[in-house]
Ligand binder design. Structure first.
Ligand code: ADP
Ligand code: MG
Length: 364
């Protein structure tokens, strides 16, 4: 097991866009870190640079206290699992998992013991004599993971390993992988575009956009204190709504102007916004902190219902207020239909504040 660092790493494939810009990240020994971001943001490139499959344009990659920039992949003691798990089609499941041990010239009886141990852990023991085409997607994926962990490497690298599995199996695999990594204690870097996977599995999440690391923090912090408006809307499902507001005065007190209304501020946020001294703000509210009602509520905004979607336990209602759209979660008993008028309310304590100019979070 080993700590892993990116020190000021850049990757330029040439031809214009730079895939990874000035990446700095210290991953602790035994930590589970998720690289999260939309397609094309540089996640796989970062992972492949760690693996040694891609040269870095500048900077350093460090394993423990060793700079590994020029170390070939086979000498980095890593195991990788990709989305297309590339099993050997003509080999049995046993031989697929045993392959890295055979290549390392491990004695046959030890190979047998270790393959069976891993197969038990992944609950594919009864499948060892089969071939890949006789397995379901989830079983194939577990075989690929088995092949990666059988060797007990220093670092696991996962690149969207469960992205194509069906939703139910994905939920189970999230829990299995998390449990497995916890037991093995191997430093793990896990690439995903799925914010739920990152939130549920990682010790820390590195959120990337457009080749740039936006925030590197615990799931809790990324969710509750997003570094900027982009992270705020990318993490969390259904996503946060953003509203354009301006600082104003009401009854000789600081307040927020929102469309044609004025919103009073709680003391804490008033102090925070006064200190920041910004006029134009992006104000965020998560759907579970906004509510809609067909009753008259003092201080509520009269809106029109734009859409309603049943989520199961509750309903996601999207409403229009002036030029703004806001999502709110409502009880399934909420009867408002599309086009109907309803009242929207949220508390200033639950608002997220960002600078409208650069999107950065207003400091606490
Ligand atoms: N081998 C390559 N040659 C040129 N450009 C590449 C290559 N691999 C990736 N890119 C580009 O680098 C950027 C990041 O890609 P990638 O790391 O694969 O993103 P992600 O895994 O986040 O979807 C993209 O713009 C992609 O088109
Ligand atoms: Mg990728």
């Amino acid at each position: 097991m080993v700590a892993v660092s990116f020190n000021n790493v850049w990757k330029d494939y040439g031809g214009g866009a730079i895939a990874v810009k000035e990446l700095n990240m210290d991953i602790k020994d035994g930590e589970f870190v998720s690289l999260l971001g939309p397609s094309g943001c540089g996640k796989s490139t970062s992972l492949r640079m760690l693996a040694g499959l891609e040269h870095i344009s500048s900077g350093e990659i460090v394993f423990g206290d060793k700079i590994v920039n020029t170390l070939p992949p086979k000498d980095r003691d890593i195991a990788m699992v990709f989305e297309n798990y590339a099993l050997y089609p003509h080999k049995t499941i046993f031989d697929n998992i045993a392959n890295p041990l055979k290549q390392a010239n491990i004695p046959t009886d030890e190979i047998k013991r270790r393959v069976i141990d891993v197969a038990k852990l992944l609950e594919i023991e009864q499948l060892l004599e089969r071939r890949p085409q006789e397995l379901s997607g989830g079983q194939k994926q577990r075989t690929a993971i088995g092949r990666a962990i059988v060797r007990q490497p220093q670092v696991f690298l996962f690149d969207e390993p469960i992205a194509h599995l069906d939703a139910k199996l994905r939920a189970r695999m999230r829990s299995e992988l998390k449990h497995l990594q916890h037991n093995l204690g191997v430093t793990t870097i896990y690439v995903t575009h799925d914010q739920l996977e990152a939130l549920t599995m990682a010790d820390r999440i590195a959120v990337m956009n457009d080749g740039v690391l936006q925030q590197f923090d615990t799931p809790q912090e990324v969710y509750q204190n997003p570094a900027n408006s982009w992270v705020a809307t990318f993490v969390g499902e259904p996503g946060m709504s953003l509203m354009e507001m301006e600082m104003t005065r009401m009854d000789d007190d600081l307040a927020l102007a929102f469309e044609d209304k004025t919103i009073k501020l709680d003391l804490k946020n008033k102090a925070r916004l006064t200190a920041a001294g910004k006029t134009k703000l992006l104000v965020g509210i998560r759907p579970d902190k906004a509510s809609v009602s067909q009753l008259e509520i003092p201080g509520a905004f009269e809106c029109q219902i734009y859409s309603r979607q049943l989520l199961g336990a509750d309903v996601l209602v999207e409403v229009e207020f002036g030029n703004s759209r806001v999502r709110a979660k409502a009880d399934t008993s909420f009867v408002g239909a599309v086009g109907a008028v309803c009242n929207l309310i949220f508390r200033s304590e639950d608002m997220y504040f960002f600078d409208a100019e650069d999107g950065k979070a207003i400091p606490h």
